[in-house]
Design a protein around this ligand. Structure first.
Ligand SMILES: [Zn+2]
Length: 226
């Protein structure tokens, strides 16, 4: 994999001089990092801009290049990589010109980010605080057994805050696989005190479902359909 500067020069050359074979080779090289399908979205893989060797480019810069060069099938992921870092990153005026977004791209990215953030907050809230939370728990010591108690609400709130990040961050982690456990001195414990493994499993599978659901909507969310 070349560095980003080399990659973008090569890509521009292949477009200018109509070299479709080289162009598809270049495209092939980034396909894994900007997958087209949900199955391609493997968390352990190098996703997004980290795929380039040398200095990691800003995701805005990659997005600009992919839009200009019409790498259409990589665009949903390229938009997501730029948007997930939040408003400040999308609108950062200190970035070099190549990483500053045009008003059109910025508008699409911001609107997409707001949609994703809202879905992430609503669905995660519903998953953790929703009425289904308590119904399946059979662990006597688990706070989920008394879903309206103050200790439970506090434990749920800790999990929620941990999974969606603080409200000041204004990005999104909706396509990441969330960590419900933290290392407490060699012991893995749920980030919500006392929450049992069954409850965590239910939340994990709920978030896995959300990941898939959101992935399918990305082309729509970033105005790439129709
Ligand atoms: Zn439980």
């Amino acid at each position: 994999m070349p560095d980003f500067t080399t990659f973008s020069s090569l890509l521009r050359i292949t477009t200018k001089y109509e070299m479709p074979a080289v162009r598809s080779q270049l495209f092939e090289a980034v396909r894994d990092a900007y997958p087209e399908t949900f199955e391609g979205l493997v968390p352990s893989k190098q996703l997004g801009e980290r795929v380039f060797s040398g200095p990691t480019p800003h995701p805005n810069e990659v997005l600009n290049l992919f839009v200009q060069q019409k790498l259409t099938s990589a665009l949903p992921m390229a938009y997501y990589m730029a948007a997930q870092r939040g408003l400040d990153s999308l609108m950062d005026g200190r970035l070099p010109a190549s990483a500053r977004l045009s008003p059109e791209i910025l508008h699409v990215a911001l609107r997409g980010l707001m949609t994703l953030r809202e879905a992430e907050l609503n669905e995660t809230h519903h998953l953790i605080f929703g009425s289904k939370a308590s119904h399946h728990c059979s662990t006597p010591s688990c706070p989920s057994r008394t879903p309206t108690g103050p200790a439970t609400l506090e434990a749920f709130q800790k999990v929620f805050d941990h999974i969606v990040g603080s409200s000041s961050q204004l990005g999104t982690k909706v396509l990441q696989v969330p960590e419900f456990y933290e290392d407490c001195g060699g012991d893995l414990q749920c980030v919500g005190p006392g929450i049992c493994g069954n409850c965590v499993e239910r939340w994990e599978s709920g978030r896995a479902g959300l990941r898939k659901k959101i992935w399918v909507t990305l082309p729509d969310v970033f105005g790439l359909k129709g």
